[in-house]
Ligand binder design. Structure first.
Ligand code: ACO
Length: 371
């Protein structure tokens, strides 16, 4: 029997620093009323000094592994979807692998803008289904505040930071990831991009002074694309799973703009209560938005065993994707006992120590072998 990828753990992390619409109104020519009416956003989280995509991803991952009751050593693969990696290389997934002490896991990053998490989920589910891996950690994490132009009112009001993670496990039982669809239209690449810092426009004095290391977006065109693609991808993923919209219990859309979500809700003919939204508190956290929202939906008791949950997103590329999941673990979950939590903490201290020793040994070996 072919194994399906079942969600057995979920976790999220958002920075403690809150930036409200009023705060933004003191920085640029905008207002709480404009931002709420046009986007549905009231506040967003912004990483504090020292916080990075990898550190937030690691915190979300630890929570997800705790719920799954899985030791990081049991992980076979870590995929981090992000547009804001700590570095071009090494991959953020490798930093997370080291921080978790996931010594047997392969690790790579995946870039598909705000659709990144759906892409990562789809790839991970297919790798599980073909028997390549058993336990996979899928993370969406972003520090968009570091590529946001805080003087540009058209973009700075939209974005926020955070991370969400799912642990997927191979299981022959009913449910898990039932289907996924992914798509791309590179002709729309310029609608949403970070122009400089890559091989086309390497960092230079000019790129910095001209603000080419900040998000640039043609908002209206992205809006039109999103409003069209969200219902289309939802219908396609359901068709692929042999399901109908009436079989769906909850839709977790990418959290970009409440008006986009409302348009998709109307196009699908579902009730607004079926479409989860936490955009008001976090803004658009790109690849982190869907896993953070899914986590919150579970925490709020909106997901039950055997429910069909559809996650659907769109983003830079242009890209889009959707995944249909039949929830297979019982909810609510018992939180891990105090002893288990302590055991997890010891493991993470050990992971830090292990990483430190490996770095030290590498340095000593370099000294030893120096001519
Ligand atoms: N405060 C006040 N006024 C503003 C602000 C602001 N923050 N931003 C823009 N305006 C002004 C504009 O200057 C313009 O003024 P004008 O008419 O005098 O020229 C007016 O408001 C209307 O601007 P539009 O851009 O046409 O406003 P719109 O209603 O389209 O809303 C928005 C803009 C919110 C960006 C919307 O287009 C949108 O949400 N688009 C989708 C964006 C999105 O989803 N991006 C994420 C993609 S996912 C990823 O991969 C990161």
């Amino acid at each position: 029997m072919t194994a399906a990828a079942h969600v057995i753990g979920w976790g999220k992390y958002v920075p403690v620093r809150v930036l409200t619409n009023e705060d933004l109104a003191s920085m640029v020519d905008t207002s709480d009323d404009w931002i709420r009416t046009r986007t549905g956003i009231a506040e967003r989280r912004v990483a504090v000094d020292g916080e990075t995509t990898a550190s937030m991803a690691t915190r979300a991952a630890r929570q997800a592994l705790g719920i799954a009751g899985l030791n990081p050593i049991q992980l076979d693969l870590i995929v981090v979807a992000t547009a804001t990696p700590d570095h071009s290389f090494p991959a953020t997934a490798c930093l997370v692998q080291d921080a978790l002490g996931a010594a047997h896991a392969a690790a790579f990053d995946l870039s598909a803008g705000c659709s990144g998490f759906i892409y990562a989920l789809s790839v991970a589910a297919d790798l599980i289904a073909c028997g390549a891996y058993e336990n996979v950690l899928v993370i969406g994490a972003e520090t968009l505040s570091r590529i946001t132009n805080w003087g540009d009112r058209a973009t700075c009001v939209l974005f926020g930071d955070g991370a969400g993670a799912l642990v997927l496990q191979a299981n022959g039982g009913d449910g898990g990831v039932l289907s996924s669809v992914l798509g791309a239209d590179g002709s729309g690449g310029e609608l949403l991009c970070l122009p400089a810092g890559g091989s086309r426009e390497p960092a230079s004095h000019r790129t910095v002074t001209e603000g080419r290391h900040y998000i640039q977006m043609k908002g209206r065109e992205v809006f039109r694309f999103a409003a069209r693609i969200m219902p289309q991808a939802t219908r396609q993923v359901l068709e692929r799973a042999g399901l109908d919209i009436s079989d769906v219990n909850l839709i977790i859309p990418h959290q970009a703009n409440q008006r986009i979500m409302d348009t998709a809700t109307r196009a699908l003919g579902v009730s607004p209560g079926m479409v989860f939204s936490n955009l008001e508190r976090y803004g658009n956290t790109s690849a982190a938005s869907i896993p953070v929202a899914l986590c919150e939906a579970v925490e709020q008791g909106l997901v039950h065993r055997n429910d069909v949950v559809v996650c659907v997103g769109f983003g830079a590329g242009l890209t889009w994707g959707a995944a249909a999941i039949r929830w297979s673990v019982p909810l609510p979950q018992e939180p891990p006992s105090r002893w288990t939590q302590m055991w997890y903490r010891i493991n993470y201290v050990y992971a830090g120590l292990r990483s430190w020793v490996r770095r030290l040994l590498r340095r000593l070996l370099a000294l030893w072998t120096r001519e």
